[in-house]
Ligand binder design. Structure first.
Ligand code: GAR
Length: 215
């Protein structure tokens, strides 16, 4: 099936671009319904417009979180969306907002985070992992829940931090992994290759992936 997605993004847009590239080649069957950014200067706006995507700038400045989210929802309501895809969206999302995307075992909202969650949540994950001196870092694609950078993990992969790494080299290695992992996660969703299994010990549902080839 073709997955109907909408992006929320705040910055450069390299993950949006990586996903668009996979759609372009036909490797990922997805229809981008729209992109919304909360940052008027974000390069992702230009990128999205150039790609012919319906693009909205809804700045959060001077608005309460509730008011801003109401405006975002109003824009999204014009579209039929299977998944809301957070691609460098640097805003906390409220539980009230998430309820609009209730799925069977999870919210139909996914996020990419540049660390091995639950390590290093927040807005400077690469810097935090690098300065901590981890030997292995990673990238996580997860279903979003009520907490920041939290929720059932869909895909997660590691990459090494070499002793001689500069921060820039470390980040570049991680970003290359992001650009492989996020389209791959969407592809699994579009192919219905994600199932939820109940674990009676933790009493929670966990996503399980069928036929996953690592990046
Ligand atoms: C990416 O590294 C993404 O993982 C991160 O923001 C960057 C956005 O880059 N997201 C988070 O830190 C979420 N907490 P991009 O705009 O080039 O895709």
């Amino acid at each position: 099936m073709s997955l109907k997605i909408a992006f929320l993004a705040s910055g450069r847009g390299s993950n949006v671009q990586a996903i668009l590239n996979e759609i372009e080649t036909g490797a990922l069957k997805a229809d981008v319904q729209c992109l919304i950014s909360n940052i008027p200067e974000a390069p992702v706006l230009q990128l999205s417009q150039s790609a012919g995507i319906k693009t909205f700038c809804i700045p959060h400045r001077n608005l309460t979180r509730e008011h801003h989210e109401a405006q975002v929802l109003e824009a999204l309501n014009a579209f039929d969306i299977d998944y809301l895809v957070l691609a460098g969206y640097m805003r906390l999302i409220t539980p009230e907002f998430l309820e609009h995307f209730q799925g069977e075992h999870h919210y139909r909202v996914i996020n990419i985070h540049p660390s091995l969650l639950p390590a290093f949540p927040g807005t400077h994950a690469y810097e935090d992992a690098y300065h901590y001196g981890v030997k292995y870092a990673g990238v996580t694609v997860h279903f979003v829940d009520e907490a920041m950078d939290n929720g059932p993990i869909l895909l997660q992969e590691t990459f090494p931090r070499y002793d001689e790494d500069t921060l820039e080299a470390f980040k570049a290695r991680g970003l290359a992994l992001e650009h492989c992992l996020y389209p791959k996660a969407l592809k699994l969703l579009s192919e219905n290759a994600v199932q939820f299994r109940y674990n009676p010990i933790s009493k929670r549902y966990y996503p399980e992936v069928i036929h996953h080839v690592p990046c």
